[in-house]
Design a protein around this ligand. Structure first.
Ligand code: 13P
Ligand code: SF4
Length: 323
């Protein structure tokens, strides 16, 4: 249902210019806007972005931009993080329904009850969560810095890790620390099945398997390399291998092909060969909706001020500890 193409609230066919790229670039100048895009966006959006990156680098860009308007081609929690960091800027998300299954898997009321069972714990939350969860956390992490952040926490304190149980298990393995895990997951990364990956490896014996840590342990144990989207991109450029089985959202393959044009990238399929390895939320954004969002200055991200202030500290702590 989420993948259905729905019209933008302000869309009328006569309002979409033929030359969308020129129109977007004009609006960018008029608004003093910056377009930030995640690697899981459609290639045409990736190609017009001022900055393309993973969740960490996008939040670093949002923290440092001089633009008046941030157009976030990504999902809601990413645009919300940009707004938490920039309360006085206009933050636009081309489709307000571009959410995230991981963020949805951690409702604030239930998480508050969970947290209350473990007093005195440090709460580390993966950035893929709502502002309300960030506000209940001590520090935020992304897939690129989760291990480094947990390693820097005092050894005598227990840690709650939310919401992704797969990233949590991976961090436990890397750091040797026991984490109390919230049992959330990503519908896209849980669609990759061990059996399919093994079958692909038999078909392409020279290929390296590269995987995002949101994948299940049964998939990660076959991986030659595990990392955030940015780390996967760097790895496939530096590796001597020329063939890769990519166990993350296939939108990133657009950049992989651009940065390593002589190499071959094979998207890991979903368990039942559907398109479920594509993030249905990320794919709600289109170039047309991005143009309309800039033209009408909506949909805009807004956040309750007390939640924003409570969520800001844990994000700033992450940015300070990320190097
Ligand atoms: P990154 O930290 O690699 O950007 O991951 C974001 C994400 O949503 C993965 O599903
Ligand atoms: Fe959320 Fe998964 Fe989509 Fe990433 S790929 S935005 S974790 S649903």
């Amino acid at each position: 249902m989420l993948t259905t193409i729905r019209p933008h609230p302000y869309s009328q066919s006569n309002q979409i210019p033929n030359d969308l790229l020129t129109a977007i670039s004009q609006l960018k100048k008029e608004l003093n806007a910056v377009i930030l895009a995640h690697y899981y966006q459609d290639p045409d959006i990736q190609d017009i972005a001022d900055f393309l990156g993973d969740s960490l680098s996008l939040s670093q860009q949002a923290a440092n931009t001089n633009a008046d308007v941030i157009v976030f081609a990504g999902v809601h929690f990413m645009a919300e993080t940009a707004k938490i960091l920039n309360p006085n800027k206009l933050v636009l998300l081309p489709d307000l329904e571009a959410g995230c299954s991981l963020a949805d898997s951690c409702p604030p009321n239930t998480f508050a009850q969970f947290k209350a069972q473990y007093p005195n714990c440090i709460v580390v939350s993966y950035i893929n969560c709502t502002a309300a969860i960030k506000a209940m956390s001590d520090i935020i992490c992304t897939s690129s810095n989760a291990v480094k952040i947990v390693e820097q926490l005092p050894k005598n304190r227990s840690i709650i890790f939310a919401p992704d149980r797969n990233l949590g298990k991976y961090v436990m393995k890397q750091t040797g620390r026991k984490l109390i895990l919230w049992q959330g997951s990503c519908i896209v990364h849980e669609t990759f099945a061990e059996k399919k990956i093994v079958q692909l490896k038999i078909k392409y014996p020279l290929a390296e398997i590269i995987a995002h840590p949101e994948c299940e342990t049964s998939v990660l144990r076959h991986a030659n390399y595990i990392g955030s989207t940015t780390a996967l991109l760097k790895y496939c450029q530096q590796s001597l291998s020329t063939e890769f089985i990519v166990a993350t959202e296939p939108g990133i393959i657009h950049q992989m092909k651009k940065l390593a044009p002589m190499k071959h990238f094979i998207p890991a399929p979903a368990i039942n060969n559907c398109a479920c390895n594509e993030c249905p939320y990320m794919r709600l954004n289109t170039l047309e909706k991005l143009y309309l969002a800039m033209k009408f200055k909506q949909p805009e991200i807004t956040i309750n001020e007390s939640i924003r202030i409570a969520a800001l500290g844990p994000i700033q702590k992450m940015l300070e500890l990320s190097f």
